[in-house]
Design a protein. Structure first.
Length: 182
């Protein structure tokens, strides 16, 4: 668990913009057995997203631990697809809801407890991970163009070759009888 001093320090860091947040993880203990919960995971994900005011695509189930009478789930909130990190305002909103039990789920999930949230910095992507599309797409276009050009040349060449060669017993223009002129 986080102490009040730790929470205050993290809030202050976020407010001052000193850290960039790439991921927020937290645990949720639900008093529902996993076999009963499994068909409703997507609904639970939607409910959590609604409560934290984020898109459902940003909420991911990291892992789960089925126990005798309950289920422990680790969740992760990631940045929007177009962003490299979670904005400070959004992070503060999410963290305050997590730490103040501001998530209210439907009663069908039984009682639940949210605890042990963590913030993680954005993952450091390599140069290749950041620019692979700029390299791969032109390479694919060049390969496709080369294959198409070779195919067109091969078809044209085979048609030209068919016109040049005639069977041995065919009549050639010079061998045809010409009409006599008077």
């Amino acid at each position: 668990m986080h102490t009040a001093r730790d929470l205050y320090r993290k809030f202050l860091d976020i407010l001052l913009g000193e850290i960039k947040i790439g991921l927020i993880t937290f645990y949720m203990l639900l008093t529902v057995k996993y076999p009963e919960l499994k068909p409703h995971i997507s609904e639970l994900t939607q409910s959590i997203a609604r409560e934290l005011d984020v898109n459902a695509s940003q909420v991911q189930l990291v892992n789960f631990t089925p126990r005798e009478n309950d289920t422990l789930i680790k969740w992760a909130i990631s940045p929007a697809e177009s962003a490299g990190y979670i904005s400070n305002a959004t992070a503060l909103n999410i963290i305050s809801r997590l730490s103040e039990n501001g998530i209210h789920l439907p009663e069908s999930y039984g009682s639940y407890k949210v605890f042990e949230w963590k913030i993680e910095p954005p993952s450091e992507r390599s140069w290749w991970q950041q620019h692979y599309l700029v390299i791969v797409i032109p390479f694919i276009i060049i390969i496709v163009a080369a294959v198409l050009a070779f195919g067109a040349w091969f078809i044209w060449h085979s048609q030209q070759a068919a016109l040049l060669y005639k069977p041995v017993d065919s009549v050639v223009a010079e061998q045809e009888l010409q009409p006599l002129q008077n």
